[in-house]
Design a protein around this ligand. Structure first.
Ligand code: ATP
Ligand code: MG
Length: 562
């Protein structure tokens, strides 16, 4: 499946086809992805990225990356860097250099002056609280500000002084003069500029007045010649305002070649997590998680560290589709996509997370065999490798039971199992420590049952994974669960989302055993630990201390209370 075939069916493609068919915008097509650099990207952004860049791929057009950087208080170059890295990692490339709304500050300022000259903007002196209290309600008109009818000359001079830094923050703002009785609250004299005496991550100290997002976004699209501006649904009610600004600016201009069309789609919501950047920031700042790339977060960098792949994330975005109504997607769909991809591409290896020693009493003391095993039965090209086998092995503690129930097909006293790619063994006895824990299982093996030998096809019910105790090395394994216990942690009015944190979202297992060659595996390399799940090497891993993250289990275990 490539993205072209995948994306083709959503309603936005139909709208684009229609626009192209009637020759709108001179046949041009340009989309954009417009993040605000005030946090790391998350899976919801990935959906918007797949949509906007997917369109560019499908139509062989372009997609701009534009940072909507209008707020110097919350924005930072750490975020612009991470956003670029994440988009590239997903496999997309933006058109030309990345763009910044801050590059348009001069033009936006000139347009603001134009609006003042047209008598359509004014400098107000009300406080934010007063403005809010005079806004009215959707059914009652708001109150006009006493400063609304200043002369154009006064407004021009005051706005100039705002720009020159002659006022304190909050003392003055610039507002559009539209309609305090409009049924659309966004048209009730919205704020265009506020004073912020903070350096901006790109413009430094050049400006102390900053345009509001709503005054910036539509014009930035227009400046770049964006033909289709795809937004999440909450921006539908902002659209008349974006249109209003452009209509005023273009009043005495010839019709432009490209006039941006905004189309809204449903944002992605995922259960058992939060996606608001403010809440993600809170989790990071309060050190509830280890950072923006904590593998439990729905951030792209967190998912990458967890072992998710770009292909799986794109498959997920496709399966979720583009809808016109908000809904909540079950996180198990995302996990399904990860499994689909890793099943095809991750090599199988042996790891024993909770080891118990197993001794084969009829296997020669000093013998070591190297047994061939497939790297990935789903991928013929992946080849084979050789596993050392000797008298002392490790198996999972769970794979032995002293008093097994009837349908237990693993190891138990007197029972036989197959060791994968090796022999059939039989449990002869076992030993316990003083606390009653099994510390050693003693087995015999049948030398005729090795692959290719006469008895190799002999039927036994269970097959276990194992490691040579003389060769296996220790590893730390981090096992993750959902970060929240509640399906909608931020959906409760009375209760803060942090109340729903899952105390067991991270379990660190030490003393796990892995195949020796895995110590050389590089961060983000992915493996299937046979019978256990998918794992990837963490950034913290070293050959002396290998560290793996659990990506996802082999099956959807959540419904069974996993
Ligand atoms: P927040 O409200 O948490 O600050 P945001 O949506 O404002 O996040 P932006 O950086 O403005 O974050 O988002 C960039 C683009 O990604 C926007 O076009 C936005 O519509 C889109 N986007 C953000 N969240 C989602 C989501 N959950 N699903 C789909 N698209 C999203
Ligand atoms: Mg936003």
């Amino acid at each position: 499946m490539n993205l072209k075939e995948l994306e083709i069916k959503n309603f936005i493609y139909q709208e684009i086809d229609n626009d192209l068919a009637v020759g709108k915008n001179g046949g041009k097509l340009l989309t954009r992805f417009p993040p605000e650099p005030n946090g790391y990207l998350h899976i919801g952004h990935a959906k918007a990225i797949c949509l906007n860049f997917g369109i560019a791929q499908h139509y062989s057009s372009g997609c701009n990356l534009r940072f909507d950087d209008t707020n110097p208080i919350t924005e930072d170059t750490e975020y612009t860097d991470s956003i670029k890295e994440d988009i590239l990692w997903l496999g997309f490339k933006w058109e030309g250099d990345e763009k910044y709304a801050s590059d348009y500050f001069e033009q936006l300022y000139e347009w603001a002056v134009l609006l003042i000259k047209q008598g359509k903007a004014y400098v107000d002196e009300l406080s934010p609280e007063e403005i809010a209290s005079q806004k009215g309600t959707p059914t009652e008109p708001g109150t006009e500000s006493p400063f609304r009818n200043r002369s154009i000359e006064d407004n021009l001079s005051l706005f100039q002084k705002m720009k020159n830094g002659e006022f304190k923050e909050g003392e003055k703002i610039l507002r559009a003069k539209i309609d305090m009785a409009s049924p659309n609250m966004h048209l009730r004299d919205p704020i265009m500029y506020r004073i912020i005496h903070k350096p901006h991550h790109r413009t430094g100290n050049k400006w102390c007045i900053y345009p509001m997002y709503d005054y910036t976004h539509g014009q930035s699209d227009f400046i770049e010649g964006i033909t289709h501006s795809l937004c999440t649904l909450e921006f539908e009610v902002h659209r008349p305002l974006y249109d209003w600004y452009l209509d005023q600016i273009l009043e005495n201009e010839p019709p432009p070649e490209v006039r941006t069309r905004q189309i809204e789609f449903a944002r992605l919501n995922l259960n058992y997590t939060v996606m608001s950047k403010r809440k993600l920031l809170q989790l990071v700042q309060q050190k509830i998680v280890s950072g923006w790339d904590d593998p439990r977060l729905p951030t792209i960098s967190g998912m990458r560290r967890r072992g998710y792949t770009p292909e799986a994330i794109k498959m997920f975005a496709q399966k979720v589709g583009i809808a016109k109504r908000d809904n909540v997607i079950d996180v198990s769909l995302l996990e399904f996509c990860i499994r689909e991809d890793l099943n095809k591409n991750a090599n199988r290896v042996n790891a024993v997370l909770n080891p118990v020693k197993l001794t084969i009493n009829n296997y020669p003391e000093d013998k070591i065999e190297f047994l061939e095993t497939q790297n990935n039965p789903e991928d013929e090209a992946s080849g084979t490798r050789f596993l050392p086998f000797c008298r002392e092995l490790y198996i999972e503690r769970d794979d032995f039971m002293e008093n097994p129930p009837k349908n237990y097909f693993r190891l138990a006293p007197g029972k036989e199992v197959r060791l994968k790619s090796a022999y059939i063994i039989k449990c002869e006895s076992f030993e316990k420590d003083d606390d009653g824990n099994v510390i050693e299982i003693i087995c015999s093996y049948d030398p005729e049952t090795r692959s290719g030998m006469p008895q190799s096809q002999r039927k036994v019910k269970g097959t276990l994974h194992w490691l040579s105790a003389r060769h296996a090395i220790d590893a730390e394994i981090r096992v993750y669960d959902r970060l929240f216990c509640d399906p909608e942690p931020d959906g409760h009015k009375e209760t803060d989302f942090l109340e729903f944190l899952n105390p067991d979202s991270l379990k660190t297992l030490n003393g796990c055993k892995i195949e020796p060659f895995l110590k050389e595996a590089k961060p983000l390399e992915k493996f299937q630990f046979q019978r256990v799940g998918y794992f990837c090497v963490d950034y913290d891993s070293t050959p002396e201390h290998p560290v793996f993250n659990k990506t996802v289990g082999l099956k959807d275990g959540w419904t069974k209370g996993n």
